[in-house]
Design a protein around this ligand. Structure first.
Ligand code: RP5
Length: 168
């Protein structure tokens, strides 16, 4: 099955965090393709990946980058696909720089910005799955299953807590 989600990251050092996005997509039954490509270090390659994505069946692009994180922004400038940005805490500013650089896009060039780090990467994967789910019933069913599992986990944790509080 061809990947419908393209995950880009500015460096291989971003992979430990960005793997969460791929994992979430796999849980939702969605194939993804991952590449290292930097807005600053490989601008031509990044532009080519963004421009060619829609033509080869990609429906959503997830970009993770740290520091002065322009990856999601330049990809959104070069593609009509929905672009989700994950700011990474790889710099001395622990991701605040990447958060602002990713979120503060000028009007007309949208980037859906998630939280800094692993939670943001997982949510980027889940949000991309929800976008695919609009036109893919199999992914929609998996998204529903994941939500039900999360609800069951929380209810089980509460039941265990109540038991402990009763001294059982
Ligand atoms: C950013 O600079 C990358 O996305 C990464 O988060 C950070 C550090 O990159 P490396 O120096 O580890 O390659 O562009």
């Amino acid at each position: 099955m061809a990947a419908k989600v393209l995950i880009l990251m500015g460096s291989d050092s971003d992979w430990e965090v960005m793997a969460e996005a791929r994992k979430a997509l796999a849980e939702a039954g969605a194939e993804s393709e991952v590449h290292v490509s930097s807005a600053h270090r490989t601008p031509e390659r990044t532009a080519a990946l963004a421009r060619e994505a829609a033509g080869r069946g990609i429906q959503v692009i997830i970009c993770g980058a740290g520091a002065a994180a322009h990856l999601a922004g330049v990809v959104a400038a070069d593609s009509e696909l929905p672009v989700l940005g994950v700011p990474l805490g790889s710099s001395d500013l622990s991701g605040l720089d990447a958060l602002l650089a990713t979120a503060q896009m000028p009007g007309g060039v949208p980037v859906g910005t998630l939280a800094i780090g692993k939670a943001g990467a997982r949510n980027a994967g889940l949000l991309a799955a929800r976008i695919l789910a609009l036109s893919d019933p199999a992914v929609a069913a998996k998204v529903r299953e994941l939500r039900a599992r999360m609800r069951d986990d929380v209810e089980a944790k509460d039941a265990a807590l109540q038991k402990r509080l009763r001294g059982e």
